[in-house]
Design a protein around this ligand. Sequence first.
Ligand code: HEM
Length: 204
Amino acid sequence: MVSVKAWKSLLFAAGLAPVGYLAWAAATGNLGANPIEQITRETGVWTLRFLLVTLAVSPVRRVTHWNDAIRFRRMLGLFAFFYGVLHLVTYLWLDQFFDWAAIVKDVYKRPFITAGATAFLVMVPLAVTSTAGMIRRLGGKTWRRVHRLVYLSATAGVVHYWWLVKADIRQPRNYAVLLAVLLGYRAYEIAGSKRARGSEARST
Ligand code: HEM
């Protein structure tokens, strides 16, 4: 049987594969006609993928009873943040050359940038509070409350994607459907635990 530790090492290597590929493609001139656009797109889409996979951990655990799945969630979430940082740095540096006035204007003027900035900003408290020490300091209840922001981040990420595509909405639509399923499952779980609390209260 492969241990959780070995799975974690594998997952870590897999999580670095997209950035490894980008580094290789950049070094060998394989990023296509518009390398900056390619890097922006790849890092953006991997941010969203990791966010959605992170959100899928709990449902997968419940449905499959694979309890160890939870032990991969923090790493998956931190990979989402890692790609989010790369995506943002690509935009700030290679796309805007740190022209802060233009960047602020972009955030105001272009709704898809506003949505992307929202998705990213919301990820910051999630990453900062991801350590065991912060979980202890905040207490489980507050920590869980803070971490519900992940749903807002993923929603803003999907909106960002939807708004930036010009004509073919198939890709963002696929991510929107996946997110809707995950949000639907969460709503079903909340309704279930409310029902359980209600019937517990009635029977006492
Ligand atoms: C301040 C934060 C952000 C900025 C300024 C930003 C900016 C951009 C820009 C300029 C593009 C390329 C648009 C184009 O090619 O026409 C893009 C693409 C994208 N971004 Fe962001 N983004 C941000 C945050 C995020 C976050 C947090 C996510 C994920 C949750 C995300 C997901 C995506 C996706 C999926 C794409 C499209 C990828 C593709 O075309 O395959 N972005 N972003």
